[in-house]
Design a protein around this ligand. Structure first.
Ligand code: ZN
Ligand code: ZN
Length: 271
């Protein structure tokens, strides 16, 4: 599971009401156009998620206390935390429906990006399984079940009606507890690994840089126009320094090379 947490998004603890159990999960989509550019740039997914929260907080009619969804799923397979675990959703239509089910949105819309990717379906499935481990029942429904709406759109609703299977069906092996493996954390390779003659080791090649770059993109710090790839380039350094600042470091401490604190927090998987 590729989870992007609220703290990685820079959000405080959710102010939404708590609840300990539901009948299950309802699947949603954005009932408005979603740009196909998301497919090429995960940064835009994170931006889109931030925008949804902003618009919900600004909605004085619904008077939301937070983004309305428990989780979002992007086309790259990231599960974006919304209200998160054990919080009542605001997305299902009314209070009774909100108490009945949690809510996960796939970042597809009524126009533009309308077809969920396999990675997105997997991420929704990750969210369902995560919520089940924390008090959600086994029902999987669409927003339109019990409420007059087109949500979650044609494609997602067809998938929900099939029982929301994990694409490929390979992740749920018997005896493994059903969940995908957690990413391992690459031990911090040491400051010298990232430097040459005291300067950034530009041009150095390692799969670690690709893994690092992917995580930087996941946490919304990607400054890449191409890549990330295995060759250390200026965009890696810019992205990492954005991450250091996001972690609260300033001045010389927010400069290349990566330090152990920010590296561990970034959770770069083993390569
Ligand atoms: Zn909906
Ligand atoms: Zn994405």
């Amino acid at each position: 599971m590729k989870l992007v947490t609220r703290s990685q998004l820079g959000w405080p603890t959710s102010a939404a009401p708590t609840q300990t159990s539901t009948k299950g999960v309802k699947v949603h989509y954005a009932g408005s156009p979603v740009s196909k550019n998301l497919l090429a740039h995960h940064d835009l997914c994170v931006d889109h998620w931030q925008q949804i929260r902003k618009s919900h907080l600004a909605n004085t009619v619904e008077n939301y206390s937070d983004i309305a969804y428990n989780y979002g799923a992007c086309p790259h397979g990231y599960l974006l935390e919304g209200r998160g675990l054990r919080r009542r959703t605001g997305a299902n239509g009314n209070q009774e429906l909100n108490r009945g089910h949690y809510a996960i949105i796939g970042l597809v819309g009524s126009e533009g990006l309308t077809q969920p990717t396999d990675a997105m379906l997997s991420a929704i499935r990750d969210g369902i399984e995560l919520l089940r481990k924390h008090g959600a029942g086994n029902e999987i429904k669409g927003h339109r079940d019990g409420h007059a709406t087109a949500c979650p759109g044609k494609a997602l609703y067809a998938w929900v009606q099939k029982g929301a299977p994990r694409p490929g069906g390979t992740e749920t092996k018997p005896g493994t507890g059903g969940g995908p493996a957690r990413p391992k954390v690459e031990p911090y390779p040491g400051a010298a690994f990232f430097l040459k003659d005291g300067k950034p080791a530009l041009g150095k090649k390692s799969p670690i840089f690709t893994a690092m770059g992917k995580r930087l993109v996941a946490v919304g710090c990607g400054r890449y126009t191409v890549g990330p790839g295995p060759t250390l380039g200026p965009a890696d350094i810019e992205s990492y320094e954005a991450w250091q600042r996001k972690c609260g470091f300033t001045g010389a401490e927010a400069k290349w090379p990566p330090g152990k604190t920010t590296w561990d927090k970034l959770k770069v998987p083993n390569v």
